[in-house]
Design a protein. Structure first.
Ligand code: NDP
Length: 242
């Protein structure tokens, strides 16, 4: 079992799904975990369920991200692990894409991830150590009909990881991305049973993924077991081919 005792971790978008499973996995490995969500009560309730603490944060607000990350690092004396997980997904065919969808998707998935990585890097730089994981997607690597905006946002997220890894390596900070396939969470709950079956059928493992399966990979990437891994985009998709 990976040992993260003594580590301080922050997971954005930790109120449910992959973020909550990640907060649980890190806490079970011994880390002190802070998770965030847009609503304070929801964040505190989710945090209590996994032995973490919960704070309100909208990742589209750069100043709020910066001040929360600084506050967590100050309170705990350091920040070792940051998982920039908060994200949204809304489908639209090319001809149906509205400006509002572009704005909300890019401000949450791209700018939100960027704000989080920037703030994490500032907090980790002083100790010259740290590990950051961002949430890309198989869709960002290969594209998907009806998901042009989401795919563009997740391709950007993967390249935030690749570029930040190049910039931060000399400061002892590793940055990686995970690129999940279809994982059963609220995000994919709107998929029809037919669409779920089709996606499951396209994976050699013949099923969709569980949030814990992404969390386990993230726990590995942030641990010392992954000490020579940086700038990677790790598929966690059951072998799904889009
Ligand atoms: P969920 O919809 O289950 O959870 C999303 C989380 O993000 C919630 O905790 C939500 O918190 C938070 N969130 C959303 N918008 C914001 C915001 N503006 N500021 C702060 N927090 C926010 O999603 P998943 O767990 O499925 O997905 C997690 C990540 O993994 C996302 O980045 C997603 O794109 C990515 N991913 C998911 C896949 C899947 O199949 N599920 C596949 C590939 C990638 P709250 O609503 O409480 O504020």
């Amino acid at each position: 079992m990976t040992d993260l005792s003594g580590r301080v971790a922050l997971v954005t978008g930790g109120t449910r799904g992959i973020g909550l499973a990640t907060a649980r996995a890190l806490a079970e490995a011994g880390a002190t975990v802070v998770l965030t969500g847009r609503d304070e009560a929801r964040a505190k309730e989710a945090a209590a369920s996994v032995g973490a603490s919960g704070l309100a944060l909208d990742v589209t607000d750069a100043k709020a991200v910066s001040s929360l990350v600084r506050g967590v690092a100050k309170e705990h004396g350091k920040l070792d692990i940051v998982v920039a997980n908060a994200g949204i997904m809304e489908d639209a065919l090319l001809g149906m894409i509205k400006e509002e969808l572009v704005d909300t998707t890019l401000s949450t998935n791209v700018a939100g991830t960027l704000h989080t990585v920037q703030a994490a890097a500032r907090a980790m730089m002083r100790k010259k150590t740290g590990s950051i994981v961002v949430l890309a997607s198989i869709v960002g690597e290969h594209g998907s009909a009806g998901q042009t905006v989401y795919a563009a946002s997740k391709a950007a997220v993967a390249n935030i990881a690749r570029s930040a890894a190049k910039e931060l390596g000399r400061s002892g900070i590793r940055v990686n991305a995970v690129a999940p396939g279809v994982i059963e969470t609220d995000l994919t709950a709107g998929l029809s049973e037919d669409a779920k079956a089709e996606n499951a059928g396209k994976t050699p493992l013949g099923r969709l993924g569980r949030p814990e399966e992404v969390a386990n990979a993230i726990r590995f990437l942030v641990s010392d077991d992954a000490s020579f891994i940086t700038g990677q985009v790790l598929g966690i998709d059951g072998g799904l081919v889009l």
